[in-house]
Write a protein that binds this ligand. Structure first.
Ligand SMILES: Cc1cc2nc3c(=O)[nH]c(=O)nc-3n(C[C@H](O)[C@H](O)[C@H](O)COP(=O)(O)O)c2cc1C
Length: 205
């Protein structure tokens, strides 16, 4: 096996290290965050750090990069307190990836891609129409990770939309039926296929 020591990692070329470290922790979730500002300008951007924080109360979190450049998603959700999380499916990967381009606040990625905004049940932030699993979220708090100037944003799940064929009898969502992709590193999108689902594991007798 190839071994990278801490010293090797620190001395790597910037892009090489970015690719290596972004992929070494495994596949990541692939979501589009939908937000709106107080003037009604919509925004949608790809995020790979959305993670489950707890189910009762239902909570998620994500890591926001340093605010050394304007962060429209964060500014919008901080001001408006609401945002949406929308699974990226196989058919949308091109457009989803493009949402990471730095557009000025007034230009909506919805207008620069084929992704369509959808407003559901009076929720202020836009959902992504083609997404088969959509979460309505409320900003609760944030924690600064001072070691690298990032922020952990904590939010509650205020509502959930799922297509019928994805939802199983016990509440489990069969994500491969939604054609939800996973993110490999910073620019790789992978298809998923369920192998097996197991019973609750108990110690062997
Ligand atoms: C695959 C991928 C995953 C990303 N994940 C994150 C993330 O978890 N957190 C983050 O702050 N930025 C992430 N980004 C960068 C944002 O998509 C990018 O900064 C985007 O311009 C944000 O848009 P905004 O300024 O409209 O919020 C990711 C980019 C890509 C391509």
């Amino acid at each position: 096996m190839i071994h990278f020591s801490k010293e090797n990692i620190d001395n790597l070329d910037k892009i090489y290290r970015l690719n290596l470290i972004n992929s070494c922790t495994g596949y990541k979730s692939a979501n589009l965050l939908g937000t709106v500002d107080s003037d009604g300008n919509t925004n949608v951007a790809v995020f790979s750090s959305i993670t489950h924080l707890g189910s009762n109360p239902a909570m998620i979190g994500f890591v926001l990069r340093p605010r050394t450049v304007p962060r429209n998603t964060y500014n919008n959700l901080y001001k408006m307190k609401f945002f949406t999380v929308n699974h990226i499916n196989v058919d949308d990967i091109n457009d989803a990836h493009h949402t990471s381009a730095k557009y000025p606040k007034k230009i909506s990625e919805f207008d620069k891609t084929n992704l369509e905004p959808e407003f559901l049940d009076g929720f202020v932030a836009p959902f992504v129409k083609s997404s088969k699993i959509k979460l309505a979220c409320k900003y609760l708090n944030e924690y600064s990770i001072k070691e690298n100037d990032t922020i952990l944003v904590v939010a509650s799940i205020e509502g959930l939309y799922v297509e019928k064929e994805i939802l199983q009898e016990d509440g489990w969502l069969r994500l491969d039926h939604a054609k939800t992709v996973a993110i490999n590193g910073l620019d790789g999108y992978a298809e998923t296929k369920l192998i097996e689902r197991f019973e609750y594991a108990r110690p062997k007798k």
